[in-house]
Design a protein. Structure first.
Length: 216
């Protein structure tokens, strides 16, 4: 167990190194404790693009998680259908139209200090995607999870392009493992879940009714 991991009760945050043996159990348990007791549709939004190694953490984790066929969450953001800066607003609108009482867990890569590379953080509250690149994107998520893939402060676009794929893959697997545990917890009687509560969507969504999901 890594002595550098931390849980901040005041800000509802937990942070562990991606290869900490307690990673999956600790973060999934914390995230599960933050889930609401009210019936809702659980949605996981993995943000990023496969055109940049560092920024591919989200779609890689989304692909790995979706391949495990989660029963209680809807997944958006994979390598084949990424959710990124240019279609994020459209996806958020689509989710609001297609899901009743959506509760969103947002996942994204981020930059930080060199000593923080490899840490995965989960926190209550929305994510500010694109902040490291000074992009003005709308916040998303009731809970968010981030993985620090490289250092910030200088030429962030180049830094993301030159991030090692090995650490991104390792972190993506860890996040997929965490999300799988969270998904499993939703099947337990103490939680309402999208699989137990019938999804009463009133009619077809008026958004993207011609093409389905937002464009890649």
């Amino acid at each position: 167990m890594n002595v550098n991991r931390q849980s901040n009760e005041n800000t509802m945050q937990i942070r562990l190194l991606h290869d900490d043996e307690a990673l999956v159990q600790s973060i999934s348990s914390e995230v599960t404790s933050w889930l609401p007791s009210r019936p809702c549709d659980y949605v996981a939004v993995f943000i990023g693009t496969d055109r940049s190694t560092g920024d591919s953490l989200g779609p890689l984790a989304g692909t790995l998680f979706s391949e495990r066929r989660p029963r209680n969450m809807t997944v958006y953001g994979t390598l084949h259908r990424p959710v990124h800066a240019t279609n994020l607003d459209a996806y958020i609108e689509y989710i609001k139209e297609e899901h009743r009482n959506p509760f969103i867990i947002a996942i994204d890569a981020c930059l930080g200090r060199s000593t923080s590379i490899g840490y995965i953080t989960a926190q209550k509250g929305p994510l500010r995607p694109g902040a490291a690149l000074n992009k003005d994107l709308q916040e998303v998520g009731d809970i968010h999870m981030t993985g620090i893939v490289n250092t910030s402060g200088f030429m962030e676009h180049a830094v993301l392009q030159n991030t090692r794929l090995s650490i991104v893959m390792d972190m993506a697997r860890g996040i997929a493992d965490i999300m799988e545990q969270v998904d499993d917890s939703l099947a337990r009687p103490r939680r309402f879940s999208a699989a137990v509560v019938q999804r009463l969507i009133t009619g077809k969504s008026s958004v993207f009714k011609q093409s389905g999901l937002p464009p890649v």
